[in-house]
Design a protein around this ligand. Structure first.
Ligand code: PFF
Length: 466
């Protein structure tokens, strides 16, 4: 293992916050959060999510950023520096972005395709039945759009930490916030009359999204909502996949870690809430309470129908929406790629250029395999959690449902029991900054988080399937 000298760093606190928020705010915030919130009784899910973000999410994020800054290493080598015997966590943590990057780029390609559709005023076509499934099972177009999406990601990573990741995040994230606030407000003003005379409004949709529905909630249902909220939080703040360790390693010692972490979490939660405000009332107004579908179906199938139903303004709204999703997806895929590139740089001592080329060749090959998973390589596989999927879903299941909770669980054991939480507390309080929720952190990392993560793993294994 060669030692890296002159490690790059973010220019300051703002640069770090923007880059980390850019990583956290991604497809997860835009299609996963609104869908789950609508499915899980609105306000109850949001309430659980916020409580978990302030406790569980805060503990995991703090741990990873502090490990990165303390060791000044990327995930592959950082865990071994904390404790030599536990360096295997680094290998697992690095495997997660390796599995995720190719399929995140395939989805990024779908987003770019829809951006092009609305740019060229073809929204009505995209709203047609079976358009999306027809598109993804095509041969060349999905490959080309994936290539464009990945090309942009690779150029940003190649340009480095300050001139690439930080600079683009600082430009894209504020624009994203302005656009998302604009569309959420617009969404609340919508009104639609069905042919049978039923009128639905955006404000009624807001009620579906926010007002808790406690009436029929059983303990089992509450448990499912809690697990959904935890799975979502985990996905959303980009932990357990090496990213926050890599970004933490670029944070200067004079940066106030606690303050930055609070801001990253605030940003991520705010964007998720706003994404819900933007999507749920619009879908409710035009498609009714049952219009929310899961995953890709929501943004690529339901929303194009909503944009078409809006009439002439629908094309502009559709374009703005897919621009928001594009910005969110690019800054996230940049962070997923950086976790791998920085690991290669630290472990093998390769230059950024060489490491970026290696990761690019790998991603393009596997990315093509993922795209062809809907075409010549099509198969149907039933996963242990009961869902049926293709190559993309299999990669997603292994990384998100199995490896990520496992990496987080092992990290909790390492920090809570093997090296003790003081290692993290010392790093956070460097420069005499305060660690305000110190006791909460210790209890979370030693007891509560490992138990919750264990339950999440059992859920992934299909143990709570009804
Ligand atoms: N946190 C980002 C998102 O919410 O989309 C990035 C990300 C998380 C990418 C998890 C991929 C992933 F599996």
């Amino acid at each position: 293992m060669k030692k890296q000298t002159n490690r790059s760093s973010f220019s300051g606190q703002l640069g770090f916050i923007m880059a980390a928020a850019g990583s956290a705010v991604g497809l997860g915030n835009i299609w996963r959060f609104p869908y789950l919130a609508a499915k899980d009784g609105g306000g109850i899910f949001i309430f659980c999510y916020i409580i978990l973000a302030l406790t569980f999410g805060f503990s995991l994020l703090t741990t990873e950023v502090a490990i990165g800054r303390k060791t000044k290493q990327s995930p592959l080598t950082a865990y071994g520096k904390i404790n030599r015997r536990w360096k295997g966590i680094g290998v697992l943590a690095c495997l997660v972005p390796i599995l995720i990057l190719p399929y995140y780029c395939s989805i990024g390609g779908w987003v770019f395709k829809y951006l092009a559709i609305y740019l060229t005023n073809q929204g009505a076509e995209a709203a047609a039945e079976e358009y999306f499934s027809g598109y993804i099972s095509g041969t060349f177009q999905p490959l080309i759009y994936m290539l464009i999406f990945f090309g942009i990601t690779a150029v940003i990573v190649y340009r480095g930490v300050e001139k690439g990741i930080e600079r683009y995040s600082k430009i894209l994230m504020p624009i994203l916030v302005v656009m998302i606030v604009g569309i959420s407000l617009f969404s609340l003003t919508l009104e639609h009359t069905e042919p049978n005379g039923t009128v639905r409004t955006g404000l009624e949709g807001l009620k579906v999204y926010l007002v808790p529905n406690f009436s029929e909630i059983s303990i089992k249902e509450f448990f499912i909502i809690l697990m959904d909220a935890m799975g979502q939080l985990f996905f959303s703040i980009s932990v357990a996949m090496g990213i926050m360790v890599a970004y933490g390693s670029y944070v200067r010692k004079d940066t106030n870690l606690m303050h930055s972490i609070n801001q990253i979490e605030f940003f991520d939660t705010l964007i998720a809430l706003l994404a819900g405000l933007m999507i749920v009332p619009a879908v409710f107004t035009f498609m009714g309470a049952n219009g929310m579908s899961t995953g890709p179906g929501l943004i690529f199938v339901s929303l194009p129908k909503v944009f078409t139903a809006m009439g002439s303004i629908g094309n502009i709204i559709g374009f703005t929406f897919f621009l928001i999703v594009s910005f969110a997806a690019v800054t996230s895929s940049v962070s997923v790629m950086e976790a791998i590139v920085s690991s290669i740089m630290d472990h093998f001592g390769f230059s950024r250029k060489k490491s970026t080329v290696i990761v690019s060749v790998y991603t393009l090959i596997i990315g093509c395999v993922v795209c062809l998973g809907y075409n010549s390589l099509f198969f149907k596989l039933t996963l242990p959690n009961g869902t049926v999927g293709q190559i993309l879903d299999v990669l997603d299941y292994i990384s998100n449902n199995c490896l990520m909770p496992l990496v987080a669980l092992l990290t909790c054991v390492l920090i809570g029991w093997v090296v003790k939480p003081d290692v993290i507390i010392e790093e956070v309080t460097q420069g005499k900054y305060k660690f305000r929720r110190k006791w909460l952190y210790i209890i979370m990392i030693k007891f509560i988080a490992p138990i919750m993560l264990f339950l999440l793993l059992l859920q992934s294994a299909g143990l709570f399937n009804s």
